[in-house]
Design a protein. Structure first.
Length: 109
């Protein structure tokens, strides 16, 4: 049985950023993409959210190779799992349904 997860707005943005970045999705790149999109984000809040998404089973992570430009430290990369994609679709469907039914929105989002 598949478990449904409610995702908060920031979790949704993080999942979308990971999808957009593809194989280049690591903490600093996700942070930069969110900031470029106009979402001011504390790096600590991002890493807390990444941990929570992984605990929920919506994303997976792995360590890349260490690099000289990072002082020999490796980057931690992330990918959205099928369960994360389902959670995104469900959130998007719910939002669209509510927006279309909201008189003030005029049926447009």
């Amino acid at each position: 049985m598949q478990k449904d997860y409610y995702i908060a707005e920031f979790e949704e943005l993080v999942l979308l950023a990971i999808l957009k970045l593809g194989s280049g999705a690591y903490g600093a790149a996700i942070h930069e993409l969110l900031e470029d999109a106009g979402r001011r984000t504390a790096i600590g809040a991002l890493y807390t959210t990444l941990s929570r998404l992984e605990e929920k089973g919506l994303i997976a992570s792995w360590m890349g190779e260490s690099t000289p430009e990072r002082g020999g430290r490796a980057k931690k990369f992330f990918k959205v799992l099928a369960s994360g994609q389902r959670a995104l679709r469900k959130a998007g469907t719910t939002r669209a349904r509510l927006a279309n039914e909201a008189p003030a929105m005029g049926g447009a989002f």
